[in-house]
Design a protein around this ligand. Structure first.
Ligand code: O2Y
Ligand code: MN
Length: 591
């Protein structure tokens, strides 16, 4: 179909024509988002061996990426703003003009011999006043399939694409010479660049075919570009799950929660409560866009339509709803495969069958002690397949948020849960988050890094301005949500986790519910309000209360010193109100 029959949006036509001229693809495919299109692209990939159907799961596939293209690459991710200061000290900055020049040369002829796919998509429910439109151009059929699951993609989005949109150009960066056969997982590792231009809301990604580097609607648009839009326009784009919580008797409330990558957001979003009568519904597991509603409350939508979840550790014990979600119509990336056509990963809850194909596509040898599935292997699946999917996810106005959780992975120091004294103190709790690192981004695993609001890799502007924006949002809300810090990962002196986590986290949510309802008991501590002994329902769990909630003044003095030095990084852009919170904390700790 000709471009001008596909759309009348002149900006879109011009932009696509420019990218065709630049990238020189062999063919152009304008995506309609239909099931037939999905099947046809999947069939092409099956035929060239890059996608393998799973006999045991209807309409599901597995695939492998290049062994060195397995995670987001923060060192190749750039925020390009005219002034370096505007990207802030936590982002890699690049001069926009120089970056554009570099990109022009990287993208020139990069799709030779390949098909260019043009993907119109909508982040958020189509027609919602809070939804935003994007168009991704890519030469990766894997990206097309994943975008179809992860976003509202195709003809419906295109109908709404009458004006502005966020353009995103992506290439695996491997042109094909005439007669050259494609490799199984084309990429260009030495030239990977994921560049964001928040001042013009555009994205360019070159050289990687993996997840967050290549599915541009996710981290690039819905967090980095959207956070910068939100700052300009007065809303928040956050690395947060959204869940609905209904007690045995009483009203449903909605909770948003941020945790650094691979710290259990998907598990919490799909929680199966251990307490009878409590119900959790899932509205999203990774990203929330939050606006002030006319009633002065904070309303959240999930801009995504699916889950790109970490496979290892997902089991019927840890997340039965995820296991049920991925029974069919799922794409698995970098998991291990069984001989009879199923998938396997470490922590799936049963031993590996005798013969296994590792994520690298070769027979797995357990004696080598290398994981069979990559620690950052993933499933891509529609949110609608989740047994506790909430149709509230389609509400164009979003859902009112009553509580915000800011979590982290800390083996010590941070208690199970603490409520902030007020909004600014809550913003301070979010700004103070540091967490032990995981495999979700390439780099060292297991060291402590600051990750304010779990947004360190995703904030598209100066983090000091981001803190100030949070403070301002609170001033504009008549009924701000309460803010809680949570930590499921504290360990005892024996090195064992003190809290069982997973379905038992409902006990913490129950306390939060009761606090929000104005009933739950709390005691004052230097770091916030904590459950009194009898206000948190531990039933017959044998958990040690004191070590879960203890505030060790020596440890906290060190924490304060660390925060004093970290916050210096933001210079004059660090809000006075948060500096005040830090001084107050220091005083309370030293009292
Ligand atoms: O997209 C990737 O490359 C893996 S990272 C990821 C994927 C889904 C949700 N969150 C994340 C993350 O790093 O936070
Ligand atoms: Mn994430």
């Amino acid at each position: 179909m000709a471009l001008n029959q596909w759309t009348r949006n002149q900006k879109l036509i011009r932009w696509v024509e420019e990218q065709i001229a630049l990238c020189q693809p062999a063919k152009v495919h304008l995506c309609d988002g239909s099931a037939e299109e999905f099947d046809a692209i999947a069939a092409l990939m099956v035929a060239n061996g890059s996608l393998i159907p799973l006999k045991k799961r209807p309409h599901s596939f597995r695939c492998h990426t290049h062994p060195d293209d397995v995670a987001r690459v923060e060192e190749c991710t750039f925020i390009c703003t005219k002034n370096m200061e505007d990207a802030g000290p936590t982002n890699n900055w690049h001069d926009p003009q120089l970056m554009k020049k570099k990109l022009q040369s990287l993208f020139a002829n990069c799709m030779r011999g390949r098909t260019m796919y043009v993907i119109p998509y909508c982040m958020g429910p189509i027609g919602s006043p809070y939804a935003r439109l994007g168009v991704e151009i890519t030469d990766s059929p894997y990206v097309v399939l994943n975008m179809q699951i992860m976003t509202r993609m195709g003809a419906d989005a295109l109908k709404h694409l009458t004006g502005d949109f966020v353009p995103g150009l992506h290439s695996v960066g491997r042109p094909l010479n005439p007669g050259e056969k494609d490799g199984p997982w084309p990429c260009n590792l030495d030239h990977r660049v994921i560049a964001h231009f928040p001042e013009e809301s555009s994205i360019y990604s070159f050289g990687s075919g993996y997840g967050g580097n290549a599915l541009l609607g996710k981290k690039c648009f819905a967090l980095r570009i959207a956070s910068a839009l939100g700052q300009k326009e007065g809303w928040l784009a956050e690395h947060m799950l959204i869940l609905g919580l209904t007690p045995p008797e009483g009203q449903k409330i909605y909770i948003a929660a941020s945790f650094p990558s691979a710290c259990g957001k998907t598990n919490l979003a799909m929680l199966t409560p251990s307490l009878p009568g409590w119900r959790v519904e899932c509205l999203g597991d990774d990203i929330a866009w939050m606006h002030r509603g006319a009633d002065g409350r904070l309303y959240a939508i999930n801009p995504e339509a699916g889950f790109f979840g970490v496979a290892p550790g997902t089991s019927m014990r840890t997340n039965p709803n995820a296991m049920k979600t991925i029974g069919h119509h799922t794409i698995f990336t970098n998991v291990a495969a069984t001989e009879d056509g199923d998938v396997w990963w470490e922590g799936i809850g049963f031993s590996p069958p005798e013969k296994l194909i590792s994520w690298r596509g070769v027979p797995w040898n357990p004696s080598e002690e290398i994981p069979a599935a990559h620690p950052n292997s993933r499933f891509t699946v529609s949110a609608k397949q989740c047994p506790i999917y909430s149709s509230d996810m389609e509400n164009p106005q979003g859902v009112p948020i009553s509580a915000i959780l800011v979590g982290a992975r800390r083996h010590s120091v941070m208690p199970l849960v603490a409520e902030s004294f007020h909004w600014n103190h809550g913003v301070f709790l979010g700004a103070s988050i540091s967490s032990e690192t995981t495999a979700a981004s390439s780099g060292q695993v297991g060291y402590l890094r600051h990750d304010p609001f779990a947004m360190l890799p995703f904030c598209g502007y100066h983090m000091g301005d981001y803190f100030a924006h949070w403070v301002e949002m609170g001033q504009r809300l008549k009924h701000p949500p309460r803010i809680y810090s949570v930590n499921w990962f504290r360990r005892g002196v024996d090195g064992q986790f003190l809290w069982p986590g997973f379905g038992e986290n409902i006990r913490v949510l129950k306390w939060i519910y009761e606090r929000v309802a104005g009933r739950g008991g709390a005691v004052h501590s230097p770091i916030g309000l904590m459950p009194s002994f009898d206000s948190i329902d531990c039933g017959n769990l044998s958990v040690p209360f004191e070590p879960l909630f203890s505030v060790d003044r020596n440890e906290w003095q060190k924490e304060v010193q660390e925060l004093e030095s970290y916050f210096q990084l933001f210079g004059s852009r660090f809000p006075d109100s948060l500096a005040h919170e830090l001084r107050q904390l220091k005083q309370r700790i030293c009292e």
